[in-house]
Design a protein around this ligand. Structure first.
Ligand code: KIV
Length: 282
């Protein structure tokens, strides 16, 4: 998808089986601009922001005000990519009308679609949001919001029963109107079966190469967030190391009086400087 026009829901659906979909998380203006220029198809304003940007232990602590702020910043930095806002824990579980209200807020903040974690158990909320005219991406397999409260971050779809449940959930999401489904840490064989069994594109994270697209957390693939290192992440850069080296050099140069140098310094004009000096002598 290398056109200049904004990526639409129909573009994403049409990519199934023809072109893989590239997705990364984004949380701020400057990095969104870079990702957008680099040709990413979807920027997901993930609630992973809670961990990689805000330093929370899990995504459970993230609320709507924070998501609205991150979504606005990403929207201001993005021209072409589709922007998907993650609905945070507590923003859709209580009931469908709260889910619609909060989805509307993310759209008003600049998102083109929203994402909710859950399968059959949240179908009512997904239908209500779709009926309100808002495009929805589903998210099954590992659901970080609730997994963090139960068994932790574990691979999904390891047994025949759990594989069948995932396929059932994916079909329910498709029927409810989700235009794409994120599959997180699902055994690749199961992710492959789901991809073949639904007409909407699947976006995998730790779910193998047969999904219709791939998503990674930006801070993981850039080597910026080091608290958790999932096996499925490939590091495309080592930014922690680069930032550490840059900050160390800056600190040493400031302390040694080497920064700022002449190139980073402003001067008065000669005439004004002369007047200033004379004035000081009085
Ligand atoms: O919040 C997030 O970053 C996500 C991705 C892991 C898919 O939901």
């Amino acid at each position: 998808m290398q056109t200049k026009k904004k990526v639409s829901v129909n573009d994403i659906i049409a990519m199934k089986g023809t072109e893989k979909i590239s997705v990364l998380t984004a949380y701020d203006y400057s990095t969104s601009m870079i990702c957008d220029r680099a040709g990413i198809d979807i920027l997901l304003v993930g609630d992973s922001a809670g961990m990689v940007v805000l330093g929370y232990q899990s995504t459970v602590q993230v609320g709507m005000p924070e998501m609205i702020m991150f979504c606005g910043a990403v929207a201001r930095g993005t021209k072409r990519a589709m922007i998907v806002g993650d609905m945070p824990f507590g923003s859709y579980q209580p009931n469908a009308s709260l889910a619609v209200e909060n989805a509307v807020q993310l759209i008003k903040a600049g998102c083109d679609a929203v994402k909710l974690e859950g399968g059959s158990e949240i179908i009512g909320s997904i239908k209500a949001i779709v009926d309100a005219g808002i495009p929805v991406i589903g998210h099954i397999g590992l659901k970080p919001q609730t997994s963090s409260l139960w068994e932790g971050y574990k691979q999904q779809g390891r047994t025949k029963e759990s594989a069948k449940k995932l396929i059932h959930d994916a079909r329910d999401l498709e029927r409810a109107g989700a235009f794409s489904i994120v599959l997180e840490m699902v055994a690749s064989e199961v992710a492959s079966a789901i991809t073949k069994n639904v007409s909407v594109p699947t976006i995998g994270i730790g779910s193998g190469g047969d999904c219709d697209g791939q998503v990674l957390v930006l801070h993981d693939m850039l080597g910026l967030y080091e608290d958790i290192k999932p096996k499925f992440v490939k590091r495309y850069a080592e930014l922690s190391k680069s930032i550490f080296e840059a900050v160390s050099s800056y600190t040493s140069e400031v302390k040694a009086g080497k920064f700022p140098g002449e190139l980073n310094t402003f001067h008065m004009g000669a005439e004004e400087l002369e007047k200033f000096r004379k004035d000081r002598k009085k």
